[in-house]
Design a protein around this ligand. Structure first.
Ligand code: NAP
Length: 349
């Protein structure tokens, strides 16, 4: 019997978008605790582009020193379960699922095999695969930061910097759903979007320097690491928290220092990579917020899987609004064991 094959976005070496090649590789076979998902949508996130560049350098410790250990890109996915391992009880063939493969990567592909007890859940009825594929980036990460790290309470004041990005668009809505007073920082072209997500105040950073304003906050969530704890400290109320999801050395120093020597705190966390079980517990809450109409997904652009290089180039601009998604087009595979020649050759760069 011939081996089943699939297309995948493979990173040949760290660096530029063009190092990604659409390649035909073996389709994964699920282990006893895994489900095989036929992927219909898979995002290209800012975190993916950083992994492509191996930034920060310390990430090579878990991704591979000289070249990527798991060379198929991407961690987010949404699709249909097509096969389950012998030990899997929660999911069945035909289930619409979404999730996050974490350090296993391999999601920018026609199929991904993932552990059924990690970050995976059923796609909420109201969502498309493209929307669901983004839930483990912005919504899940922002939920973790605002709930676990900040424990945002009703009536608190939250400042979201980078409010038009993937984490930011989710953070604004989540903080509102927790009852907070939300201020979003974005550029002129995104003011309307951020206000429509529920921010009571929107600061256009091209016109106003929020660092010079008198307003103070219980929580500052700098989703894009455009500031620092030191720069924002005067905007924090007593006992306030500055946090960012972007790993950098000064933030780690601030985190350590403020833990012992300051009533105002600084925090970082690598949510998706380090705490899959804790994050899985949040997926149900996120689904409920979607059902309740309190959380919606913003999709900026969609590409097809063979256009992964173009998608990376766009995300590299740093100007995406919300999310960028690759859609995966599967051709009928009747009497075939592979999915070759699925794509127009001119799209395969
Ligand atoms: N720690 C974790 O577990 C974790 C998990 C997921 C992601 N991350 C990290 O989180 C970071 C954020 O990712 P993301 O996808 O949310 O960001 P993003 O979408 O790449 O952010 C881009 C957005 O920021 C806006 N922006 C640019 N400069 C700005 C400024 N000076 N002030 C305010 N807004 C500005 C851009 O619009 P304009 O240019 O028009 O302003 C654009 O809408 C990434 O570094 C990613 O690696 C960490």
């Amino acid at each position: 019997m011939s081996t089943a094959m699939m297309k995948a976005a493979v990173l040949t070496r760290y660096g530029a978008p063009q190092n990604i090649k659409i390649t035909t590789i073996k389709r994964p076979v699920p282990k006893a605790n895994e489900v095989l998902v036929k992927v219909y949508a898979t995002p290209v996130t800012t975190a993916d582009t950083m992994m492509r560049r191996a930034e920060p350098a310390i990430s090579r410790l878990f991704m591979g020193f000289t070249r990527p250990r798991n060379d198929v890109m991407g961690t987010g996915y949404a699709g249909k379960v097509v096969s389950v391992g012998a030990e899997v009880e929660d999911f069945a063939v035909g289930d619409r699922v979404y999730g996050e493969s974490g350090l296993g990567f391999a999601a920018n592909a026609e199929y991904v095999s993932v552990a059924a007890d990690r970050v995976i859940d059923w796609v909420p009825m109201a969502l498309s695969y493209a929307e669901a594929a983004t839930l483990c980036d912005g919504p899940l990460t922002s939920y973790h930061f605002l709930k676990t790290l900040a424990d945002v309470q009703a009536g608190q004041s939250v400042l979201v910097i980078g409010a038009s990005g993937s984490l930011g668009t989710a953070a604004v809505q989540l903080a509102r759903s927790f009852g907070a007073q939300v201020t979003g920082v974005c550029s002129t072209r995104n003011v309307e979007l951020v206000a429509s997500l529920g921010a009571q105040n929107v600061i256009d950073y091209t016109k106003t320097d929020f660092l010079q304003m008198a307003e103070t906050y219980d929580v500052i969530f700098d989703t894009i690491s455009n500031t620092s704890y030191g720069k924002c400290k005067h905007l924090l109320r007593e006992g306030g928290l500055y946090m960012s999801p972007v790993l950098n050395f000064p933030l780690l120093v601030d985190m350590l220092y403020t833990r012992f020597f300051s009533s105002k705190k600084a925090k970082f966390d690598a949510a998706g990579l380090l705490k899959p079980q804790q994050l899985r517990g949040y997926l149900e809450n996120i689904s409920q917020l979607i059902i309740d109409g309190k959380l919606r997904v913003i999709i900026d652009k969609q590409y097809t899987l063979p256009e992964a290089v173009a998608a990376h180039r766009y995300v590299d601009t740093g100007r995406k609004r919300g999310n960028v998604v690759l859609t995966v087009v599967h051709t009928p595979t009747r009497n075939r064991t592979d999915t070759l020649t699925t794509y127009p050759q001119n799209l395969i760069k």
